[in-house]
Write a protein that binds this ligand. Sequence first.
Ligand code: SF4
Length: 204
Amino acid sequence: MSDYPGQPAAVVFTRGCNFYCPWCHNPCLVDPARYVPEVPLGEVLRFLEQRRRLLGAVVVSGGEPTLQADLLDFLRQLRRMGYKTKLDTNGSRPDVLRRVLGEGLVDCLAVDYKAPLRLYREWVHASNPGAVLESLCLALNLPGGSVRTTVVPCLHTPEVMEEMRADLRAAGFDVATGTREWVLQEFRRRGELLLATPRAVQRL
Ligand code: SF4
């Protein structure tokens, strides 16, 4: 009930990610050594078809969904079933997001904003922080777009948060008066984490 605004939703988690956030709560979708077994696509579609009257929306999350070769096909099928759709992404593939938005395949887009852009390589092993900036801009210009940050107290100090706010301003988003949401989620230590770098997170 809390994953899509105003609609009961199913969440489809995709396996595989090109980031490595130490505070990730889904290591079984990120670390190949801990992967959970895949559910066949046909089974997922059957599940959603059978619950069409109970559910209003489908959220595609991960892992990182934009790495899936059949993401657009899957979203098209959800549309054909009449579902509202939301995509959660780490923002690493703005090229894919442009195609998704160009075809009008999602109603809501949530882009993670994990750190000041200068720290992306160090904190989450991102190879191209500039791509994340492009994705943030796409979300900020979209009705139904939002930007989300998981705040890890030992990393996201007030100074770091201020730097992130400055990055958003540079991307054209006025945090004070912006009409799009910058959602801050409190980090809660529960379950397994990836826990690689940075060192500060290893104290969690
Ligand atoms: S939190 Fe980071 S590592 Fe985990 S799925 Fe999201 S982007 Fe990937």
